[in-house]
Design a protein around this ligand. Structure first.
Ligand code: DX5
Ligand code: ZN
Length: 227
């Protein structure tokens, strides 16, 4: 299980402090949402910010590119300190060369899909990726309501992974809070991106611990062991 606080929900006036807060919270990954004002109707931050935060923590930097032209951003984010770079399936035929390029840069390869995109579209890519990120809100903004209709996608991805004996991790992103995280865990997710619920808490560390306990209690693998 991996918990990934999303910096999008942090206090932008204190990004260094917020990164340190995440780093000491017990969470494994720091999720970095990159928005270009074109692929999604919002703008966040670029490689210079990621580079400035990199020396502050050893956390795994999970860079989620919600951008129309990710090809121009892969090398800059790799150099800035990204450990994984996620691009979107909605880019169509551009997706495959982007995945190759991320691999060539020596970074973990992630692919994401939006709520309206069918999970069947992901099938041809499953043996090429390290991480599948299932969007559980329409990307662009933090603090949105979790879309429950995305839950069967997690179950399907998890079933395909088992059938094909693959090893990619399955992440969920958007509206993941102390309630919805249980549903995601039960459906088979193993990476939990959460912005508002974690950074909005007075103690990020206590919030991460609480979320971890809830996930643990709903992990189907552990439930099997109890029977
Ligand atoms: C949505 C972003 C998410 C977002 C999650 O566009 O990709 O990572 O920060 O934030 P919350 O948990 O607030 O929905
Ligand atoms: Zn994200």
């Amino acid at each position: 299980m991996i918990i990934a606080p999303s910096l999008l929900a942090a206090d932008y006036g204190q990004l260094a402090k917020e990164t340190t807060r995440a780093s000491t919270s017990g969470a494994e990954w720091l999720h970095l949402d990159i928005m270009d004002g074109h692929f999604v109707p919002n703008i966040s931050f670029g490689p210079a910010i990621v580079k400035a935060l990199r020396p502050l923590t050893k956390m795994f930097f999970d860079v989620h590119l919600m951008c129309s032209k990710p090809e121009i951003l892969l090398a800059p984010f790799a150099e800035a300190g990204a450990d994984q770079i996620i691009v979107h399936l909605e880019l169509g035929e551009q997706a495959t060369p982007l995945l190759w390029k991320i691999r060539k840069l020596g970074r973990k390869v992630g692919l994401s899909l939006n709520p309206p995109t069918s999970i069947t579209m992901i099938q041809p890519y499953l043996d090429q990726i390290d991480h599948l990120l299932i969007m559980t809100v329409n990307p662009g903004f933090g603090g949105q309501e979790f879309i429950y209709e995305t839950l069967p996608k997690i179950q399907q991805a998890s079933a395909w992974r088992e059938q094909r004996n693959l090893r990619f991790t399955i992440g969920v992103d958007g509206g993941v809070n102390f309630k919805t995280v249980a549903e995601c865990a039960r459906a088979g997710a193993d990476v939990f991106v959460s912005g508002t619920a974690l950074f909005g808490a007075r103690s990020l560390k206590a919030a991460v611990t609480k979320m971890r306990k809830i996930i643990h209690a709903h992990d189907p693998a552990l439930a099997d062991l109890k029977v």
